[in-house]
Design a protein around this ligand. Structure first.
Ligand SMILES: NC(=O)c1ccc[n+]([C@@H]2O[C@H](COP(=O)([O-])OP(=O)(O)OC[C@H]3O[C@@H](n4cnc5c(N)ncnc54)[C@H](O)[C@@H]3O)[C@@H](O)[C@H]2O)c1
Length: 456
């Protein structure tokens, strides 16, 4: 590791991370891999206990390895109490979550409480790095006053304040931090920005993108998320239009995206995960007089996809409440074991409200989930043989790779493919496949299950 401009010796470089969830653990791992000493703090005693056995937590390989090694060599130190008396770091990363409250506004309670804890550990010359995605203005107007009050110091004079949003995908976070994108940095003043540059250059191989101020960096992260949410809503709308027109959306998408100005995303049953469905609301709450119509419509379209599906189960598939339905995928995205805000929860709720109570969920990467309980199974064959109808909700590799031609059944199995993964596959004569955006390329899709404007 290089040494920092302010003279810290590389072997003694020490950071602390407040909040060791998905993001905090990935940041801690990246710094351990760079050779730093990492002090990790989490308010949850249970979490700290669990982190002492990192192989049991479903982390990506690079995080597991870094934690294992860090614990063995003493470079990773974990705390849930008495942190202020023990810390010796002078760079403090705040990685606690900012959730969406019931009122569709950012719930800053974790961030405020973390700021109070960090403030109580601050000394002159420290730098605080705020990482969560927040409505613009939050760092300056909410976090900094708490840091000042708790420390008795003055931000910008006695310590530096940096805002740097994490740009990471669940499942490949360390790669994202180290090599995939430049790190977006901002500071409360020129000195903080320069400090940010010298810190992040130690781990970010793609370098840094300096933002003119903290609010711009806060908004940049939200804009990335809004772009994806609105783009997915557009893909959903185009797929539904294609179904009415009898046009194959997937062929349209492939051809359209072959030129660089079109990047149509993948449609589906909506948008899950802790970030993309949340950030549009942080933008909407941040303005008073500017319209946010496209952003709001995008949210509404994505949230309505489950309704389209369930309405069409009755209307186009003639299912009744005795029908057995299996949902393939609880994870919010293929390849991850993360179900936060997954559309599968909404689908289960909506099916139950419509009277369907014979349900199964299969996920190859998630074997337990308190919210759905025992309808979740890891037995793929049992999940298929149980069902009259299968809904593919998540594009897990296992579903793409499965030999659908080999499936044998006494009665026909209907499959609704919302992710376009069976479109090019040969399937067994025991299966009828319908799909979002399949259009007329699926000969059995006469009145598409997602036909726009279907009513019970
Ligand atoms: N999950 C993602 O993919 C992702 C990607 C980019 C950015 N982000 C942003 O990062 C933030 C954190 O996300 P996450 O997925 O790591 O959350 P998480 O829920 O996995 O973990 C948060 C951790 O913080 C701890 N915590 C809460 N209050 C604390 C406090 N006062 N002091 C110390 N620890 C505290 C919790 O116990 C928990 O272990 C999110 O709000 C999001 O804006 C998330």
């Amino acid at each position: 590791m290089e040494s920092l401009e302010n003279g810290e010796k590389s072997s003694e470089f020490c950071i602390s991370v407040f909040g060791l969830g998905f993001v905090g653990s990935s940041i801690a791992a990246a710094w351990l891999r760079a050779g730093a000493i990492v002090e990790g703090f989490d308010v949850s005693v249970e979490r700290i206990q669990d982190l002492k056995n990192p192989r049991t937590l479903g982390f990506e390989e690079a995080v597991e390895e870094a934690f294992d090694k860090g614990l063995r060599t003493g470079k990773l130190r974990l705390y849930s109490t008495d942190f202020a008396s023990k810390t010796r770091s002078n760079v403090k990363f705040v990685c606690v979550p900012v959730y969406l409250g019931k009122d569709k506004r950012a719930d800053l309670s974790f961030l405020k409480s973390a700021a109070a804890i960090v403030g109580s550990t601050l000394k002159e010359g420290d730098a605080v790095v705020i990482c969560p995605s927040v409505p613009p203005g939050t760092t300056r107007k909410v976090v900094v006053p708490i840091l000042d009050k708790q420390s008795g110091l003055i931000a910008g004079k006695d310590f530096d304040v940096i805002y740097s949003p994490e740009r990471i995908l669940v499942g490949r976070a360390v790669e994202d931090i180290e090599r995939r994108y430049p790190t977006v940095i901002s500071g409360i003043d020129e000195r903080s920005l320069n400090r940010a540059e010298s810190i992040f250059r130690l781990v970010a191989q793609k370098g840094v993108l300096k933002m003119p101020n903290i609010e711009t960096a806060e908004f940049e992260k939200l804009a990335e998320g809004v772009y994806r949410d609105v783009n997915i809503a557009l893909a959903n709308e185009l797929a539904m239009v294609c179904d009415e027109l009898g046009v194959d959306f997937w062929a349209v998408r492939e051809a359209a995206n072959s030129q660089p100005f079109s990047q149509i995303h993948v449609p589906g049953l909506g948008v899950g995960g802790a970030c993309i469905p949340v950030y549009p609301w942080f933008v909407i709450e941040s303005v008073e007089s500017t319209t946010t119509r496209i952003i709001e419509d995008g949210r509404a379209i994505n949230d309505s996809m489950v309704d389209y599906l369930v309405e069409s189960l009755r209307k186009n598939f003639h299912l009744n409440t005795k029908s057995k339905v299996t949902i393939l995928g609880l994870a919010f995205r293929g390849g991850v074991a993360d179900s936060r805000l997954s559309v599968t929860y909404r689908l289960v709720d909506r099916l139950r409200k419509s009277g369907f109570d014979q349900l199964r969920i299969h996920d190859p990467l998630i074997s337990n989930d308190a919210k759905v309980g025992d309808i979740l199974t890891s037995d793929f064959h049992e999940a298929l043989s149980f069902a009259d109808l299968v809904v593919i909700a998540t594009d897990h590799k296992m579903y793409k790779d499965y030999d659908w031609e080999s499936l044998k059944r006494d009665s026909k199995l209907k499959i609704i493919d919302t992710k376009g993964i069976l479109r090019d596959k040969s399937v067994s004569p025991s299966i009828e496949v319908y799909g979002l955006g399949y259009g007329s390329n699926n000969p059995k899709l006469i009145e598409g299950p997602f036909k726009v404007g279907t009513e019970d």
